[in-house]
Design a protein around this ligand. Structure first.
Ligand SMILES: Cc1cc2nc3c(=O)[nH]c(=O)nc-3n(C[C@H](O)[C@H](O)[C@H](O)COP(=O)(O)O)c2cc1C
Length: 478
């Protein structure tokens, strides 16, 4: 298997950047990433953000579990000044797994308690939390709801890779029902109620999640859906517009409104049986089922609509954007450039630096379109301990306002503290992008129907959990 990341020094990485001709700049000295930033009228103490990273470790009723609280406290103590709390479902049927957090009246006190513990961990570690922002990602899993897909439209290309019945391994067919307009409105109501509850719990911001092909993300691409929520740009953005408008009117003075937005969906990939590498599925073009996706060549982004949409969302009241792309289910290399493939994936069909560049460019396009809305970029973790040097360059070049770290924050939650105190990151603490966290996410064969996930190579409890998952996996040969 190709080894991509082989860089002991920044200069070695620069050599590959040059050879590949990718636009990834690296600064030696960390300065811009330590500066404060205004987000929705609040001061954020540095430019490091923890991306939403679910641990699939809640209780069955959706309250945080022991490992959830541990993860959040580690994020709090780690020194990043913006923590984008993980995917939290707004209804039972909208959860992506049996242990995903669920926001409702019954779970509110435990979510508020976890929030306060996270703030305390930050105060103990950093001396104060007045410049720390913590938000919550409100999600409706739509097509990827664990009890069964709740789809926004029929897209033959995506339907063919969406499992409708896990036991029978059946995929979504044309007869499968799509969500009615009333069901979509009910999902909108649940999102608004989720925001009310998040405000009561004390979160600083909520994320109206529109990424990774969950419900609102799929709707943005619903050109094939009939009726008021499909077809035209105006219709496809209607539900989000309604939800954002209601939240702004009701909660705008208490909550900052944010959104994690896919700006490119791309197309499904599969594992080539001969090479093991990812290969795009054969599909008829023009393919109109992808948001931000060039219909004539779905392997290439087209940011025209996402750019317009970012501007529109600013008008409606969104004050913070987090840019992402792809689907974790059908083209994982797009969202998470990786060294080794996830268990349900394929080896990377491109040098991961090309994926990193795609992320950086996407964030830069949106930041240029909405200069007054801070944009958080994605795609940093594969760069291991050099991600801060790349983020520093992006900040200095005005291509982004904050650096968001996903897998890297599970491996190395105190990266920001090291950046502040030591001026650089430690190689032996960084994420190595070998996808064990995804393997655990996909492991469902315990009594809760879901294994918790975290960093197997760098965080001892997860090495033990992974060993257990492997030893008990019914699909592995004895
Ligand atoms: C274990 C795991 C959990 C994740 N949970 C979420 C989530 O709750 N919400 C979300 O928007 N993205 C989630 N993601 C995606 C990450 O936030 C991030 O976009 C992705 O890992 C790429 O960033 P990175 O290169 O820094 O890891 C998750 C990814 C992984 C591997």
């Amino acid at each position: 298997m190709a080894k991509f990341f082989k860089y002991k020094t920044l200069d070695m990485l620069r050599e590959d950047v040059e050879q590949l001709g990718v636009k990834v700049r690296l600064e030696d000295e960390l300065r811009a990433c330590l500066e404060p930033l205004d987000v929705g009228g609040r001061t954020v103490g540095n430019r490091f953000a923890i991306h939403p990273m679910e641990g699939c470790d809640g209780e069955l009723d959706g309250k945080p579990g022991e490992l959830t609280i541990r993860r959040w406290e580690r994020f709090g103590a780690g020194g990043a000044k913006l923590i984008w709390g993980e995917a939290t479902a707004v209804a039972e049927e909208a959860r992506a797994n049996t242990r995903q957090l669920l926001i409702n009246e019954d779970n509110l006190a435990s979510l508020a308690d976890m929030l306060e513990r996270t703030r305390k961990a930050h105060r103990d570690s950093m001396g104060g939390d007045g410049d720390l922002l913590i938000g919550l990602q409100l999600t409706h899993s739509g097509r990827y709801s664990y009890k069964g897909p709740l789809i926004a439209q029929h897209d033959p290309v995506v339907d063919a890779v969406t499992i409708a019945d896990k036991k029978k391994r059946l995929f979504v067919t044309d007869e499968y029902p799509i969500q009615t307009d009333d069901e979509l409105k009910a999902a909108g109501d649940a999102l608004v109620e989720g925001a009310r509850l998040a405000a009561r719990a004390g979160f600083d911001f909520v994320d109206i999640k529109q990424c990774h092909r969950y419900l609102l993300s799929e709707l943005l691409a619903a050109r094939m859906r009939p009726g008021p929520y499909g077809g035209s740009y105006e219709n496809r953005t209607r539900l989000a517009r309604e939800v954002i408008g209601r939240m702004k009117d009701e909660l705008g003075d208490r909550l900052i409104l944010a959104s994690r937005l896919n700006v490119y969906d791309g197309a499904p990939f599969f594992q080539d049986p001969d090479t093991g590498a990812g290969s795009p599925k054969d599909m008829p073009t023009p393919y109109i089922g992808g948001w931000g996706t060039n219909p004539d060549n779905p392997l290439v982004p087209d940011y025209t609509e996402p750019t317009q949409y970012a501007r529109d969302m600013e008008k409606w009241g969104i004050r913070l954007l987090n840019i992402s792309m792809g689907s974790p289910y059908y083209n994982p290399h797009v969202g998470r450039p990786f060294e080794r493939p996830p268990i349900d994936g394929y080896t990377s069909p491109e040098h991961p630096l090309i994926g990193v560049e795609r992320h950086f460019d996407a964030a830069a396009v949106i930041q240029a379109a909405t200069p007054n809305v801070p944009v958080i970029g994605t795609g940093y973790s594969w760069l291991q301990h050099f991600f801060a040097n790349a983020g520093e360059a992006n900040l200095r070049d005005g291509r982004v306002s904050m650096i968001g770290v996903g897998r890297g924050s599970l491996a190395y939650p105190d990266f920001a503290k090291d950046a502040v105190e030591k001026g650089q990151l430690a190689r032996n603490k960084a994420c190595v992008a070998v996808s064990y966290c995804t393997a655990l996410m996909r492991a469902k064969h315990n009594d809760m129907g879901q294994y918790p996930t975290g960093c197997v190579p760098r965080d001892k409890p997860y090495a033990d959990i992974y060993k257990h998952a492997l030893a008990t996996d019914p699909t592995r040969d004895a």
